[in-house]
Design a protein around this ligand. Sequence first.
Ligand SMILES: NC(=O)c1ccc[n+]([C@@H]2O[C@H](COP(=O)([O-])OP(=O)(O)OC[C@H]3O[C@@H](n4cnc5c(N)ncnc54)[C@H](O)[C@@H]3O)[C@@H](O)[C@H]2O)c1
Length: 129
Amino acid sequence: MAIENKVALVTGAGQGIGRGIALRLAKDGTSVMLVDVNATRIEAVAAEVAALGRKAAIFVADISDRAQVYAAIDEAERQLGGFDIIVNNAGIAQVQPLSDVTPEEVDRIMRINVHGTLWGDSGRGEKIH
Ligand SMILES: NC(=O)c1ccc[n+]([C@@H]2O[C@H](COP(=O)([O-])OP(=O)(O)OC[C@H]3O[C@@H](n4cnc5c(N)ncnc54)[C@H](O)[C@@H]3O)[C@@H](O)[C@H]2O)c1
C-alpha cells in the first residue's frame, strides 16, 4: 500500500515501539499525529519527525477514553488535513503472579489495551493491524 502523503495517527507514540513506528511512517512519507499520555515525550518525537521533513502534530490523550481518542482523530484532520491510518500501539503490561492481580488492575488493563484499541478502530479511516 502506498502511504506517501497519507496522515497516520500513532497511539503510545512517545517511546518504544510507538516512537519507532511513528519515525518509520515519517520516513515512508506520511504526516504523523502523535498521541500519548506523556506530553514531553511526544513533543520530542514530533521534533524527530520534523527533522525527517514530515509534518507532525501532537495530542495528549488517554486512549481508554473514547472521547479523547475521537478528539485526537478530529485534531489530525484539522491540523494535518486528513486521517488515513491508525496504529493502535499504546498499551500497558503487568508482569506479576496471577494471584496478585487485583480486579482494579484487570479493569485498567482492559480499558487501555482492549477498549483503547476499539475506540481507535471505531474512528474513521483506513486501518493497519
Ligand atoms: N515491548 C514488548 O516486548 C511488547 C511485547 C508485547 C506487546 N507489547 C505492546 O506493544 C505496545 C508498545 O510497547 P512498548 O514496549 O513500546 O511500550 P512502552 O511502555 O515503552 O510505551 C508505551 C507508550 O504508550 C503510552 N501509553 C500508555 N498508556 C497509555 C494510554 N492509556 N493512553 C495513551 N498512551 C498511553 C506510554 O506513555 C508510552 O509512551 C504496548 O501496547 C505493549 O503492551 C510490547
